[in-house]
Design a protein around this ligand. Structure first.
Ligand SMILES: Nc1ncnc2c1ncn2[C@@H]1O[C@H](COP(=O)(O)OP(=O)(O)OP(=O)(O)O)[C@@H](O)[C@H]1O
Length: 266
């Protein structure tokens, strides 16, 4: 049970339908300060849809979502100021320089322009991006862009973070730094939703795993608890087992046979 004072987020019976198709099917979730939630599931399971609902981007859902004690359907957007978001991609901003993007984002979150600029400069320097602060994002490598998105999500020191595939493209050294940053933020009471398909990383970073399959939470436990419940030793093995996926070998064999021109598989 989470103490009422520690509760950051509460989702009750969340259901979402797109064109008659139910994509979220009664999700319940209580999240406390300081948790790093590995939010995982197969493609199309409903992860982005739940995150978009929590960000207030989708409002025609059924059920209740309470963030920082406020029902987000109440129409008061102030809870958003305490949220940071790393989108899966942010190509729409490619024409901005890193600094322009960061200052713009900081101001959206209510920061003063000078404060946003000075903090952005210092954070860029931490990632050794100070020399390209005034270059357009379109000229950045995948990993450099990811670092800018990560800085943008943290600039206003939010209490709740939604990170969608945040480390894609980052080298091993940068990943270790980010991993440590997340651990330190969580230790200070920040809450992090970490959505990724890279199971090794989710396993390392999260202290709680929530697995969504076809719009339902099918597992909600620590990695250690999941390991005890399953015969699998890794999160990717547990993921395969809980999503009922056992045919990777036969699928790969069929695929390779078609590549090699075997008509039987046409
Ligand atoms: N705007 C939309 N209109 C119609 N259907 C949608 C829309 N957005 C998502 N869906 C459907 O909702 C389901 C859940 O999609 P969602 O993007 O939430 O999955 P996901 O778990 O984030 O997947 P991925 O791991 O591939 O990012 C999918 O079947 C998807 O096709």
């Amino acid at each position: 049970m989470i103490r009422e004072n520690d509760k950051v987020l509460s989702i009750q019976n969340l259901t979402m339908t797109y064109g008659g198709k139910k994509v979220l099917n009664g999700i319940n979730l209580e999240v406390a300060r300081g948790e790093i939630i590995g939010y995982i599931g197969p493609n199309g399971a409903g992860k982005s849809t739940t995150v978009k609902i929590m960000l207030g981007l989708i409002d025609d859902y059924q059920g209740q979502v309470v963030i920082f004690g406020q029902d987000i359907a109440s129409g008061d957007p102030s809870y958003k100021k305490k949220i940071g978001y790393v989108p899966e991609n942010a190509e729409a901003y490619d024409n901005l320089t890193a600094m322009e993007y960061l200052v713009f984002t900081g101001e959206l979150y209510g920061m003063d322009r000078d404060a946003a600029q000075s903090k952005a400069e210092r954070l860029l320097r931490q990632f050794e991006l100070q020399d390209v602060g005034h270059s357009r994002l379109s000229s950045f490598s995948k990993g450099m862009k990811q670092k800018v998105l990560i800085i943008a999500s943290l600039l206003h020191d939010p209490d709740l973070l939604f990170w969608d595939e945040p480390l894609s493209g980052l080298d091993a050294n940068s990943m270790m730094v980010i991993q440590e940053i997340l651990a330190q933020l969580a230790a200070q009471g920040k809450t992090i939703f970490y959505s990724s398909h890279i199971m090794d990383l989710v396993e390392k970073i999260s202290n709680r795993i929530v697995l969504l399959v076809k719009g339902e939470v099918v597992a909600d436990a620590t990695f250690e608890e999941l390991k005890e419940m399953s015969e699998e030793g890794s999160l990717s093995g547990i993921f395969n087992q809980l999503t009922g996926f056992t045919e990777h070998r036969s699928k790969a064999k069929d695929f390779v046979s078609i590549v090699q021109g075997d008509e039987e598989y046409a």
